[in-house]
Design a protein around this ligand. Structure first.
Ligand code: C2G
Length: 743
């Protein structure tokens, strides 16, 4: 028994290899692979060559821009297998999927054998290493699939024709409605398709699956669900550059959807069960999605033309299903049957206001967002208000701090300064008010300030108004791959790239400490819309202060650091894969402090400093006189001033510390995982860093004991590194930033 796998190819080469490899992983099935869509690139040709024999791969010529319907039809025309299996070129399947489906199909003589489906944002390797648990944790389990399962496993003893019900379940398994109906992950007996000449309707771009699956339901008699399989439906984490069909935002999708529905109902009787389900799904679509579009819509096209279309459909839906609908849905159907637009809009507005209120009662921040949108945005912008935020209000630090101090010193009385700081004990050295993040006041100033100086991204609900000026300082020269340069996004929300894209559009200015950063920001943030300020880092100004030694001395006294000892700073970064929850990362100290104290304690103390994402606090019990935990100290730049040696890892800390030209070492005990699995780097750590990479406490101690030797050994590299990353910094970056932005 042979299975023909039909793979329509849309040109996103990066996804294809996983797909083909997953076919190659299938054991104990005879198969042929029909890849529809040809690409004239060397990479593509190489890939085809690689899999040609192992998965009996044929490429069927078809322009890549053609729709998926046409491609699948071309595949069907060429297929010779006893069974057909559709697999999208951006998805992949787990190794036993086909053999398991086939075994079940043969054993039970099934026409349609439906497998399990997961949604994932990850490539195969990551999915396999992290396993379904990671998906579960990110709540990516395919909800449709759960329903699928439930329905198909029901025994339906109370139903006259359980098999028919099962088939209909297949049609309605898409929880979100008929828009999500999919032909994927069903092993289909080819006879069913050929006997009834089933093909995809090529008039449709987005929803051609629906009528095809409807055909399967009409003619495929025996159907069952197979749990032993897994189809990974891969979402694209970069919907800007490589969107999946479902991620394309296209106003005409609605029109096509209406047409597909009309076409689908024309294939069956009004009394049929299929029609019943199609109608009920259409009403759900109206209440859940379409209603939002026409409520207070300023767009005539939605209000008039599309509302009228919907009204006509509603006239024709089956009456007997209305009693199973909610009161809200019943009202919508009734009002639109009367073409009563304003009545409909009122009902919708009331309904949505109610659910909004429910949401607000659960979460106070929602009230503040509501005020922001509906009240504060209506008020005028205040010309001289400047708002600052660093690390989500966690500290008074980084470049915004230095820009603020520059403005406050040089333009006294000219501006009103607003600082976002969550700790009520924080004090500002100059005038200014403090607001807590996401409070009512925060929302107020976010709407009314003219200037913004932030070192991370603004909240997603921020809407930059005309006349507002946004200065993004960012918070480090990039070492780890960021945003659009990151192939997999495992640490942030899967919609990170899409969100980032929107947020960076609002940045009028972006600071880059060096040319290296500005080049990377252009690609990783796709930052080509605003003004790049390649001016050095305001936060490094302090490192060039003429009185920096006095400042350091004062600080040492303040922090009770013994003045007769030298200091080693240990400032590691966070790890994408070690966390308790969102923004709460684990950190386990891998330095043996007792050993260090024994070997170095006469001469040194160590200053420990974790990244602001780290939730764990470091335990220094027993070595209190040697290790000083400065993780809670606001500004790391001040700490640099009092550090004679710096140990870090994959943190941008080293780009800044290098301004001091003091020795550095890199404690990179997990470099392989960090570089190859988690992130990837922009520089070659082994070849370009201005100090040695070390992997154990022993090595750390060794290097520090021979610090002069080490310094000499790395002198030239250090100088090159300094020229490349620090040469713009001269203590005047804040001034340059202010002159560019505050005109
Ligand atoms: N930082 C700190 N203490 C640490 C580590 C970092 O205070 N132990 C501060 C430094 O100012 C550093 C900044 O946080 O430059 C960013 O930290 P990174 O370790 O570089 O990590 P990340 O927050 O992921 O930012 O382009 C830069 C990247 O985005 C990295």
């Amino acid at each position: 028994m042979k299975v023909s796998i039909i793979v329509p190819y849309e040109g996103y080469y990066n996804y294809l290899q996983d797909c083909l490899e997953s076919i190659q992983d299938q054991k104990n099935v005879e198969l042929e692979t029909l890849l529809v869509g040809n690409q004239e690139t060397d990479d593509f040709k190489k890939l085809v060559e690689m899999y040609k024999d192992t998965i009996s791969l044929q490429v069927i010529n078809c322009p890549i821009e053609e729709g998926v319907a046409k491609k699948r039809n071309l595949g069907l025309d060429k297929a010779t297998g006893d069974y057909i299996y559709f697999l999208d070129s951006d998805d992949y399947i787990m190794p036993n999927t086909l053999s398991s489906l086939l075994e079940k199909a043969l054993k039970e003589d099934l026409d349609l054998t439906v497998g399990k489906r997961w949604v994932t944002w990850f490539k195969k390797q990551v999915f396999e290493t992290m396993g379904p648990e990671k998906n579960e944790e990110l709540n990516l389990k395919d909800k449709d699939d759960d329903r699928n399962h439930k329905f198909l496993e029901k025994d339906y003893t109370d139903i006259e024709n359980p098999n028919e019900q099962r088939r209909i379940d297949l049609l309605i398994r898409a929880k979100k409605g008929i828009r999500n109906i999919t032909v994927l992950n069903i092993l289909i007996k080819r006879n069913v398709i050929e006997e009834h000449h089933l093909r995809f309707n090529e008039d449709f771009i987005y929803y051609s699956d629906l009528p095809f699956v409807e055909g399967l339901v009409m003619y495929g008699n025996k159907i069952a669900f197979d749990e032993e399989t897994l189809y990974a439906k891969r979402k694209h984490n970069d919907p800007i550059n490589t969107p999946a069909l479902s991620q394309i935002k296209d106003e005409t999708k609605f029109d096509e959807f209406i047409n597909v529905y009309k076409y689908a109902i024309s294939l069956v009787d009004k009394e049929s069960r299929i029609r019943y389900y199609l109608d009920s799904k259409m009403i759900k679509y109206y209440s859940n999605y379409f209603a939002k579009k026409i409520r207070r819509s300023k767009n005539d096209f939605w209000r008039d033309e599309r509302f009228n279309q919907m009204a006509l459909l509603m006239k024709d839906v089956r009456d007997d299903l209305l009693k199973n609908m909610s009161r809200y849905q019943q009202k919508l159907v009734k009002l639109s049957r009367n073409h009563d637009l304003s009545g409909t809009q009122k009902v919708i507005a009331k309904h949505l206001a109610k659910s909004k209120l429910k949401k607000m009662l659960k979460n106070k921040n929602e009230v503040n967002k509501y005020l922001y949108r509906h009240r504060y945005l209506e008020e005028p912008i205040e010309e001289n208000w400047v708002m600052f935020e660093t690390f989500m209000g966690k500290s008074y630090a980084d470049s915004p701090k230095y820009i603020y101090e520059y403005l406050a010193k040089n333009y006294p009385g000219k501006y009103k300064f607003i600082w976002v700081l969550n700790d009520p004990k924080e004090k500002l050295p100059y005038e200014g008010i403090i607001v807590k993040r996401f409070t009512k006041k925060y929302a107020y100033y976010l709407a009314k300030s003219k200037y913004f100086v932030f070192n991370i991204r603004q909240p997603l609900w921020f809407r930059k108004r005309e006349g507002q000026v946004f200065l993004e300082t960012w918070h480090g020269t990039p070492l780890k791959r960021l945003a659009f340069d990151q192939e997999e996004v495992t640490a942030a929300s899967p919609t990170y790239k899409a969100q980032f894209y929107r947020q960076k559009q609002e940045w009028d200015y972006l600071i880059a400490a060096n040319k290296f950063s500005s080049d990377i920001f252009k690609s990783c943030f796709m930052y080509t819309n605003g003004t790049m300020l390649e001016i050095g880092y305001p936060r490094n100004d302090l490192l060039y202060a003429p009185n920096k030694d006095e400042i350091a001395l004062e600080l040492k006294k303040k922090l009770h650091i013994p003045l007769d000892k030298k200091t080693i700073l240990y400032a590691p970064t966070w790890r994408d894969d070690e966390y308790y929850g969102k923004g709460k990362y684990k950190f386990k100290l891998k330095l043996d402090l007792e050993m260090m104290k024994k070997e170095l304690g006469n001469e040194y103390v160590i200053l420990l400093r974790t990244h602001h994402y780290i939730a764990d606090s470091l335990d220094v019990t027993g070595v209190e006189d040697f290790a000083i935990n400065l993780s809670k100290y606001d500004d790391i730049t001040e700490i640099y001033l009092i550090s004679d040696i710096c140990i870090t890892d994959y943190s941008s800390v080293f780009f800044d510390f290098a301004n001091l030209k003091r020795p550095m070492l890199f404690y990179t005990y997990d470099i392989d995982k960090y570089r190859d699995v988690l992130r990837g780097f922009y520089i070659d750590m082994e070849k370009e860093l201005p100090g040695p990479l070390v992997y154990s406490t022993k090595e750390v101690i060794e290097q520090i004991k021979n610090i002069d030797e080490m310094t000499q050994k790395y002198a030239q590299r250090y100088e090159e590194f300094y020229q490349r990353f620090c040469s713009i910094d001269d203590g005047q970056a804040s001034k340059r930033a202010c002159e560019a932005v505050f005109k």
